[in-house]
Design a binder for this molecule. Sequence first.
Ligand code: ADP
Ligand code: TYD
Length: 225
Amino acid sequence: MGKVQKGKLIVLEGIDGSGKSTQARLLADRMREEGIPFYVTMEPTDSPIGSMIRQVLTGRMQADPRVIAALFVADRLDHLLNEVNGIVGMAEKGTCVIMDRYYFSSYAYQSVDVPLDWLIQANTLSSGILRPAVNLFIDVSPDVAMERIEQNRFAKELFEERDRLAQVRGNYLEAFDRLQSTERVAVIDGNRSVEAVAQDIWDTVKGYLRQPAGGTAIGLQTKKE
Ligand code: ADP
Ligand code: TYD
């Protein structure tokens, strides 16, 4: 079965506080202005599996890191395949999907406790179904991220400590390096103003939206990494 070129998946990645949700909103505004049909979504999702994950992240529920890793895998597959609002259905209709986190988040965060090889393997189901047209990595220093988190949040989640964020940033870079032959990654300097980052993101995304081929591939078969 050949892969079908339809709505593109644009993924925002970065450590906590890097500005992903701010930029997802601004990218959506830009697409609205340009008349591009889009859908904005995030992981963990608000499905029952996503709710379990949030309970673990906020400390209301305890789970082994391997269980958390598997929950993220399951949440992601439901995000793609859910019959009501699954991303595959949206993309097949030609809607451009803006996603706040996808499988690189698992590679960066869960590889603190679980081998990266296992994580990549476990996510081949997702990457085989829907690979991003581009993974936008909003790169901020852990100090800048911590400052933003401390200024703006009442309660911190499991991963929101400086050393942890530094480790996660390093894991992102390692995963990008590992998968450079299969994944498109654009590194965006996120230490700048919201407006400068948004402009950089739009300039990058525009190029991928125009690309006639080699963008998001959709197919329900698995594909080797
Ligand atoms: P994330 O979704 O990656 O955790 P957010 O978009 O929620 O990040 O941003 C975290 C906080 O930092 C928010 O309060 C947001 O207003 C602020 N923020 C986002 N981008 C910038 C930026 N470029 N400069 C300064 N503050 C920012
Ligand atoms: P999110 O709500 O995006 O947090 P933030 O806005 O602070 O970036 O994600 C919640 C947490 O879930 C975040 O600390 C990263 C973590 N996470 C993983 O550990 N693995 C994953 O696969 C995903 C999608 C998120």
